[in-house]
Design a protein around this ligand. Structure first.
Ligand SMILES: [Zn+2]
Ligand SMILES: [Zn+2]
Ligand SMILES: [Zn+2]
Length: 498
């Protein structure tokens, strides 16, 4: 039975390959002079709950066949405009609170183009114009998602608006940020690219798509690499580096720090594939597991830096708070910070005197609804926590002033770069071999300089953070490191909170 389809005003040259849903919808709003809520109710499939927001990243709410009939274009062209059609899982937020917005390339936008892959968090350079994408613009997002474009009447030469002009012929439609500007009296071509340019776009987009799909075979990454997850920059970089490790160098230019990563895969059914002590499985008690992890880490990583370790563990409290940032070995410091954190101290003298023997350790804090926090998982978190602390210290050691501070809270395991899909939990961390090599290089140089770890130029303890109580459970400073003679300005101190 034939059905009536309302036609929307459109041009057959659009959409261009992999043009974003945001771009397509902005053009539809303009050409048809409608509000986002009106367009949403025209497009939505009948079995979807009524929604007056115009979601442009996924098409699960759209009757795509009907949509293509409305525009008289092949549905396959529209499929490239939405992530779900490309089978890339993204979490849609559209939330100001999460700094969500649209990243544009001004050169592309001038030709009427915005690529769907600009929406991915790790894309920050336009591969066609080799310029940085602009910072995510929230007004661009809202203009299409909810608010619509605003009409500005053009003023006459006296600077007045003619209230009798009902034609709306003179003026422009735009987003309040002025990224989207459509002049009404110009018949605008929706797609101003040549055929060669379109072929080039298609080619580059397919390369990136292939890369994403390849990375996806081993880790569920795109959800994490999408703009507006709550990932910090460190976590983000870990996912990106993991993707490159699987799929090779990203085919588009990107401006990210490259550093080697590794990951462990924990399967719900299978036992851990992590290389951890056999004794983990023999003894399920977390305290004794921790002790064997500690032995393992010491033998494997700290032993070669035994002298450095002795230097740290023999420190008096006041010495811990006046270290020289250029003389301390990152691995020895990391190991002791990790121990202090887990054994709930801030004073390294407590470790030396073994007051921790009867202490119950703090398990890491972890809650993800469908992943049970087994002892095995806790053990893995304890183990990986060491590499996270080590990496943070390694990145900052040598800088002007560093304060390593205990928050007094259990370690937040979800701060790690972890991803969960199909019953597999993967946790990505800095490659230990890479950290070991860096530690070795720095260490040799440091120990030529001096045997004392203290900042000789500066013996006064700066300000605060002094506790004599060995057993102190209190939050507070574990170590302070400085480079120069003067007390560092508060804003120049790098805090490593563990
Ligand atoms: Zn561009
Ligand atoms: Zn904007
Ligand atoms: Zn060392």
């Amino acid at each position: 039975m034939a059905r009536l389809v309302r036609k929307l005003i459109w041009q057959q040259t659009a959409p261009a390959p992999f043009e974003s849903g945001w771009s397509v919808f902005s053009k539809l709003l303009l050409l048809n002079q409608i509000k986002p809520s009106q367009l949403a109710s025209l497009l939505q499939s009948p079995d979807v709950e009524n929604n007056n927001r115009l979601r442009f990243r996924n098409s699960d709410w759209i009757d795509l066949e009907q949509f293509s009939e409305m525009l008289s274009v092949n549905p396959n062209r529209l499929r490239q405009c939405f992530f779900d059609q490309l089978q890339i899982h993204v979490e849609e937020s559209y939330s100001q609170l999460k700094n969500d917005g649209i990243k544009i390339c001004p050169e592309c936008l001038a030709k009427g183009y915005h690529c769907i892959f600009f929406e991915l968090g790790f894309i920050d350079i336009c591969p066609w114009h080799h310029i940085a994408l602009e910072q995510a613009c929230a007004d661009c997002l809202r203009a299409v998602y909810s608010k619509g474009l605003q009409f500005n009447r053009r003023q006459n030469h006296l600077g007045q608006v003619n209230p009798d002009d009902l034609t709306k012929a003179l003026g422009e439609w735009k987003s309040i940020c002025n990224h989207l500007v459509f002049e009404v009296d110009i018949v605008r071509k929706l797609n101003q690219m040549s055929q060669e340019q379109e072929l080039e776009i298609n080619h580059k987009c397919r390369l990136l798509y292939g890369w994403i799909k390849t990375a996806q075979t081993r880790l569920d990454l795109t959800g994490k690499l999408y703009c507006y997850t709550n990932l910090g920059a460190d976590g983000f970089e870990k996912f990106f580096n993991a993707a490159e490790k699987i799929a090779g160098a990203c085919p588009w230019p990107v401006n990210h720090k490259r550093s080697p990563v590794k990951w462990i895969l924990l399967n719900e059914r299978q036992k851990s594939t992590a290389q951890t002590d056999e004794s983990f499985h023999r003894n399920p008690d977390l305290d004794s597991i921790y002790k064997s992890i500690r032995r393992h880490i010491f033998t494997r990583y700290v032993k070669n830096h035994r002298a450095c370790h002795k230097g740290i563990i023999n420190l008096k409290r006041d010495e811990s708070l006046s270290l020289d940032t250029e003389k301390v070995c990152s691995i020895a410091l990391a190991y002791n910070v990790w121990r202090l954190k887990i054994e709930k101290f801030i004073n390294v003298e407590a470790l030396k005197q073994n007051v921790s023997l009867n202490r119950v350790i703090t398990p890491p804090d972890f809650y993800v609804s469908d992943i049970p926090l087994t002892t095995e998982l806790q053990a893995n978190f304890l183990y990986l926590q060491f590499f996270y602390i080590w990496e943070q210290i390694d990145r900052n050691i040598g800088k002007n002033s560093i304060a390593i501070n205990s928050t007094g809270l259990p370690y937040q395991a979800t701060d790690m770069a972890l991803t969960y899909a199909r019953g597999n939990l993967s946790i990505i961390f800095a490659q230990p071999e890479h950290l070991t090599n860096r530690a070795f290089k720095n260490c040799v140089e440091r120990y030529k300089v001096s045997q004392s770890l203290q900042n000789q130029r500066f013996s006064r303890i700066w300000g605060y953070g002094h506790y004599d109580n060995l057993m102190s459970n209190q939050l507070g400073l574990m170590f302070k490191l400085t480079k120069f003679q003067s007390v560092p300005a508060q804003r120049s101190i790098i805090y490593i909170n563990v």
